[in-house]
Design a protein around this ligand. Sequence first.
Ligand code: SF4
Ligand code: SF4
Length: 176
Amino acid sequence: MHLYRDLRGTLQPFWVTLRNMFRKPVTVQYPEQRQQVAERYRARLILTRDPDGEERCVACHLCSAACPVDCISMQATVAEDGRRYAAWFRINFSRCIFCGLCTEACPTLAIQVTGDFELAGRDPLKLVYEKEDLLVDHCGQEPDYNFYRQAGIAVAAPRGGNPTESAPEDPKSLLP
Ligand code: SF4
Ligand code: SF4
């Protein structure tokens, strides 16, 4: 019984080799030959725009809070019309693990993953991408979504100053 098992164990690898010798090779001659990555493949991140061309990112810091390796940083600022945006936005791709958690956390669908995996390089500093490198001129995977049409920009009038709005409650008036 043991002899049979040992013989089988010895011959089986040869059979596997023999069988695969006559199979069509699956090697892809990269970079001359390129394979289409899966639709949900997670590689380089981008910052997308609303359909009206404005930046979607409102510099809310949620993506950097969700990032497990702490590789996103930014500074928030406000435009004259009350629209928030990132004065600068930085991703260190030498630390990024392409988990996609930042895209899950983003309330405006600004940050999105792409299938562009060709990020390798010898200089780690070249993997630090600034806003100019990340911001694209399209809507990414959400062509119809407009965050500002959903959420609106900051209201210019003071609280209670709009025609249909009640005046804000004065908490001091509630004191005994
Ligand atoms: S994909 Fe993951 S690791 Fe990379 S920036 Fe987003 S949250 Fe951070
Ligand atoms: S990319 Fe999204 S989550 Fe990150 S700061 Fe901009 S709006 Fe917020």
